[in-house]
Design a protein around this ligand. Structure first.
Ligand SMILES: [Zn+2]
Length: 500
């Protein structure tokens, strides 16, 4: 059978019958380990990979030849950007507490939802499309709470479940909840504040939501419990969270060992570090996913390893903040489980792997630390294992048909060397040509199903600018927007001439 025209394949749908995808390179997972096939093909039947090899001689409804490309398992993003990223505003504008990233106590008392319900729903849909553009097939969404009244709402997660189903993205959903926060007192000093009943109410709503959506949309949508940063959670909230997760067999994601402010607050409240505190409470387990571990002590890491905790490694966002995991290679050697998360814009897992590789070699002080393949494994197998899903993050007969196809003939990335090294050192997800989830074509050449990305980009920009305009009211001292986020160079007045 000769190749069928790839462009005719309908976005958002499964091709009818059993079909094959060919390419110059295919990653295949065998019982003896991960291998590369040259001039291989993947046969897909409904939602599963049926066969991987050189030339399938069974019946096929269609065969698509991707040519000079790499077919591999889609990425599993454990801290997947799911809003219009506001952390990018803070990269060149420091310190964060003066830039609207810590609420003044007067604002905290009247904090409100800075986005409408429609805007909250839209930004998740838009972010999900961006994940698909980057070859991400499984995502655990994360978003900022700074522009929220408190935690995330069930309503926006109902909308997120619909968006995931419409676009064809595999997701683990759970609104973030918390029983506390950190506010600035009138002198500009950070103080933790707690509202335990509010945290319990939000947890109850999150559990109810998870019960309703777990394993829905044909298995595309699953539940998770997502208590916000550890310093905003009380012991009782975390105990209830872990008990519910055990009962319902859900993953739990909790940010900890990620920053100095957290370290100081947890030390003040509990007399130790967050991972040690949780271990003392008996709450560290293999269902726990813990971004970012950049300030983890040796003792913290030993406890992670002993309890099977997975670190969601997000090197791009960490590096932008001047912090680094110490180190990817060292955690692996200690037996700490590692997956990857994007957690910033662009949610580019390929760039994320590239920064991770470079940051690790700088942290290790040697050029042979952790290969491109080790980061590729963390972004696929590592993430799937954190979710206890051996049918994801791998490409083998019986695995879910969750695939990403990358251009190996890109004009900007030449010469091509080994395909995995070419991808990681090329350092851009823009070479992603197709993303297939559950056997459906969810993204092809920059287009997704059920969303006009050009119009959505315009809408996203307008929505984001509306949010920026409201930064002064929740920023300490209420400076003007131009003072909070000054331009990189002074703006030249529009009414004055440029002199030679
Ligand atoms: Zn994060």
């Amino acid at each position: 059978m000769t190749g069928s025209p790839w462009k005719e394949l309908a976005l958002g749908q499964r091709p009818p019958g059993r079909w094959a995808l060919r390419a110059r390179f295919v990653v295949v997972d065998l019982p003896q380990g991960r291998r590369l096939l040259e001039n291989g093909e993947v046969v897909i039947d409904h939602d599963r990979v049926l066969w991987v090899g050189h030339d399938f001689d069974g019946d096929l409804a269609a065969r698509y030849d991707m040519g000079e490309a790499l077919i591999g398992p889609g990425f599993v993003d454990l801290d997947a950007l799911s809003d219009l990223d506001t952390t990018v505003l803070a990269m060149d504008n420091q310190p964060g507490w003066k830039k609207g990233r810590v609420w003044p106590s007067a604002y905290a008392a009247r904090a409100y939802e800075m986005y409408s319900p429609e805007e909250l729903a839209f930004q998740k849909r838009y972010a999900f499309a961006q994940l698909l553009l980057n070859g991400i097939t499984s995502a655990l969404p994360i978003a900022s709470l700074f522009y929220r009244a408190w935690g995330e709402t069930v309503a926006e997660f109902e909308a997120a479940a619909s968006a995931a189903e419409d676009l064809g993205l595999r997701v683990w959903l759970g609104p973030a909840y918390r029983s506390g926060g950190v506010v600035l007192d009138d002198a500009g000093v950070m103080q933790p504040v707690f509202d335990e009943p509010r945290g319990f109410a939000e947890l109850a709503a999150a559990v109810d939501f998870a019960r309703r959506i777990h394993r829905s949309a044909g298995g595309l949508v699953s539940g998770m419990l997502a208590p916000d940063r550890v310093e905003t959670c009380t012991e009782a909230l975390l105990r209830r969270t872990c008990a519910q997760a055990d009962e319902m067999d859900l993953p739990v994601r909790l940010h900890m060992a990620q920053g100095d402010m957290e370290r100081q607050i947890v030390q003040h409240l509990h007399g130790t570090t967050a991972p040690v505190w949780l271990d003392q409470l008996g709450l560290l387990s293999s269902r726990l996913i813990a971004p970012h571990a950049t300030v983890a002590t040796d003792e913290d890491l030993v406890r992670y390893a002993e309890n099977g905790v997975t670190v969601a490694h997000c090197p791009l966002v960490s590096a932008r903040h001047g912090s680094v995991l110490k180190s990817f290679s060292r955690l692996k050697a200690m037996g700490v489980r590692l997956g990857m998360g994007t957690d910033t814009a662009p949610p580019d897992m390929v760039l994320n792997m590239a920064v991770g590789l470079m940051a690790n070699r700088i942290a290790e002080g040697r050029g042979d630390a952790a290969s491109a393949a080790e980061f590729y494994d963390a972004a696929t197998i590592g993430g799937a294992d954190a979710l206890n899903r051996t049918d994801l993050g791998r490409l083998s007969p019986g695995s879910k048909a969750d695939l990403a196809v990358f251009d190996m003939g890109d004009r900007m990335i030449a010469p091509r060397i080994d395909p995995i090294q070419t991808l990681v050192y090329g350092a851009t997800g823009r070479v992603t040509r197709a993303t297939i989830v559950d056997g459906r074509l969810s993204m092809r050449d920059g287009e997704v199903a059920n969303l006009d990305l050009k119009a959505a980009r315009t809408q996203a920009q307008a929505q984001f600018e509306g949010l920026i305009a409201r930064y002064p009211e929740r920023t300490f001292g209420h400076p003007a927007v131009e003072t909070i986020f000054p331009p990189s160079y002074p703006l030249h007045p529009s009414n004055s001439e440029i002199l030679p």
